[in-house]
Design a protein around this ligand. Structure first.
Ligand code: GTP
Ligand code: SPV
Ligand code: MN
Length: 601
């Protein structure tokens, strides 16, 4: 598919809604002087503007229209095959000192980095249109809401931002005319989509982001990982709140009692699926609703933690999504959806590995090549994605727009671990919970460029997203806990433990309701538990496994704590903390000593 750079020339009334704020105008002028675009397109987020951009994208082969009967109002985009996932090795946190970025981030000096990026951006938009995209993260009336502007030369980015954020006039209004108001400055240019000129740079002190050389996902939708997590986490610490890589879901009992939980799993480890869970038949009357599927912004209100979802849409993993695994996602992406890097069938439908039904006899794969079921290559890229408005989700929580957020009863950490980590356990208290988060690990996935399946420590699922020193981040978690009079209970889950046959022991997806139910029972102080060295575990009858095809042996395997594996695990915790070079708070080092000691009791 074509690089989507060529300039477009809208008719009068489209692309001319300039904001009044002088600080924005000055900044746009500065970037335009540097990048020399053919013209400037001021986005207002209107339907008319969107239709115009879609038509232009179809004409320039940036999008392919899908079969209107099968997937109405939906389109396919193919990214450059060298540009299919986040690039952690090219992602930088540019704080004045290396120490502020800390041991887990790539750091580069802000002055030098600006100089390097300005050289790359010089004349970069010649012959291209420069889009100015105003957006809000968070419900507009939330005290946590943040305004951002993204400048981009990619129509595909604009179309995605319109789904993923509250984009256009609503943001311009919220910012107002005060030139000193807080807002994020994001600059994105495709350049020539060359991995050698691909940099995703964050300047937390300036509330600024510059991203060049990519056209895909978290690299370029600057609202998401760049603002809502990296810059967000930096602002959150300074301002006393939390920006986390967490889904938020509501769960209501048949009696109408409702809890909300937030869960941090690394990329492609099940957040979207958990957030859209449909309880199995046995749980008739229970209802799960989605507040968010990827990011939570949380604040202390009267001693309780309240969360909002800063986003407005879902940028979700496609492969594996089916009516069997995630019916709510399937309904969400049945219309008004942008697909990226999935396969195209001969009748204009989309296909991917793991979709319901038989594979098509012939299709065009994500690279644009012929594909048949005999092909060695995958039809859809493992990190192919859908972009869909959250309004499409049949299970959307009614309080998703509530500015104060929803009260969080439990925080759940989890990763992909073939061994060692049981299906579910509960931390003894907040501090111990912070230790669980800080030491969690997961097998790497296709969501980031690089090797897949390698166990790495990924504290709070924030390793690629914490915009400052990880030691200070741990301390911030500990400090938040001290201010909460009713802190959420903290749990750890692992849907991905494998048996000797190499197969998952746990059915997962909707059946995760059984684990969620125990979590809620613990919050309600009705659920039983057994004390173990690593935390509270459900006893043999505490998990409701009725009508589930699973035998005692498998349940025992799922919940077992193998002392030898855990000696290795504790050594892994120590190795990780040691590798951070002395930034880990004393309280967490003490937690490890206590964990080791409990194994000797
Ligand atoms: P990001 O959008 O990258 O942050 O990913 P995510 O955490 O939202 O993960 P998602 O829900 O999209 O799931 C990623 C992959 O894991 C998909 O292929 C799912 O089918 C699979 N998956 C999700 N939940 C489960 C589960 O409970 N069990 C198993 N075995 N696989 C799951
Ligand atoms: C993730 O990798 O955690 C994602 C996808 O949610 S991306 O937006 O590309 O970062
Ligand atoms: Mn994510």
């Amino acid at each position: 598919m074509k690089n989507d750079a060529p300039a477009i020339f809208p008719p009068a009334g489209i692309g001319d809604s300039k904001p009044a704020n002088q600080a924005v105008l000055d900044w746009v002028h500065e970037i335009a002087t540097l990048t020399e675009p053919e013209n400037i397109f001021w986005c207002d987020g209107s339907e008319q503007e969107n239709n115009f951009l879609i038509n232009e994208s179809l004409q320039q082969n940036v999008l392919i229209k899908l079969n209107e009967k099968k997937v109405p109002h939906s389109y396919l985009h193919r990214s450059n095959p060298n540009d299919v996932a986040r690039v952690e090795q090219f992602t930088f946190v540019c704080t004045p000192t290396k120490q502020e970025a800390g041991p887990t981030n790539n750091w580069s000096e802000p002055g030098e980095t600006y100089t390097k990026l300005r050289a790359l951006l010089k004349g970069a938009m010649r012959g291209r249109t420069m889009f100015v995209v105003p957006y809000i993260m968070g419900p507009p009336d939330s005290p946590l809401a943040k305004v951002g502007f993204e400048i981009t030369d990619s129509k595909y980015v604009v179309l995605n931002m319109r789904i993923m954020t509250r984009m256009g006039d609503v943001a311009v209004k919220r910012l107002g005319n005060n030139p000193n108001a807080e807002w994020n400055r994001g600059v994105h240019s495709l350049l020539d989509i060359n991995p050698e000129r691909r940099f995703i740079c964050h300047f937390p002190q300036d509330n600024a982001i510059i991203s060049v050389g990519s056209g895909y996902g978290g690299n370029v939708l600057l609202s998401k990982k760049c603002l809502a997590l990296r810059i967000g986490s930096y602002l959150a610490r300074k301002q006393g709140w939390m920006a986390e890589h967490m889904l938020i879901l509501g769960i209501e009992s048949p009696e109408g009692k409702k809890h909300y939980v937030a869960a941090a799993f690394p990329s492609a480890c099940g957040k979207t699926n958990f957030a859209m869970l449909i309880p199995p038949k046995h749980f008739a009357g229970w209802k799960v609703t989605t507040v968010g599927d990827d990011i939570a912004w949380m604040q202390n209100r009267d001693g309780r933690l309240y969360a909002v979802n800063p986003e407005n849409g879902y940028f979700g993993v496609v492969p594996g999504t089916s009516y069997k695994s995630n019916p709510n996602a399937m309904r969400s992406i049945a219309h008004d959806t942008l697909y990226t890097n999935v396969a195209l069938t001969d009748d204009g439908d989309v296909w991917w590995e793991g979709k319901d039904g038989e594979p098509p006899a012939h299709a065009i794969d994500w690279r644009g090549n012929d594909w048949t079921p005999d092909s060695k290559e995958k039809a859809a890229h493992p990190n192919s994605r859908f972009t869909t408005p959250m309004r499409n989700n049949p299970a959307l929580d009614p309080d998703v727009e509530k500015g104060e957020g929803v009260p969080i009863s439990a925080i759940i950490f989890g990763g992909r671990r073939s061994d060692t980590v049981p299906l579910i356990y509960q931390a003894f208290d907040w501090k111990h919970g912070v230790y669980l988060g800080a030491t969690m690990a997961s097998e790497t996935t296709a969501a980031a460029a690089g090797a897949v399946g390698q166990v790495r420590r990924d504290p709070m699922a924030m390793l690629p997203f914490c915009g400052y020193n990880i030691g200070d981040y741990f301390q911030h978690w500990l400090d938040m806990g001290k201010r909460l009079t009713h802190p959420p209970l903290i749990f750890n889950v692992n849907w991905f433990r494998k048996g000797e046959d190499g197969k998952f022991l746990w059915q997962g997806f909707g059946e995760n309701m059984r684990v969620l139910k125990w979590i809620i029972d613990r919050c309600e102080e009705t659920g039983g538990a057994l004390k173990s060295p690593i935390g509270w575990l459900p006893g043999p009858h505490d998990l409701d496994l009725a009508e589930l095809d699973i035998d005692h042996k498998r349940v025992a395997e799922l919940l077992c704590i193998d002392h030898e594996e855990w000696q290795k695990e504790i050594a892994g915790h120590k190795q990780f903390f040691d590798s951070l070079g002395g930034v880990v708070p004393e309280e967490l080092l003490e937690q490890r000593n206590q964990l080791a000691a409990r194994f000797k009791e």
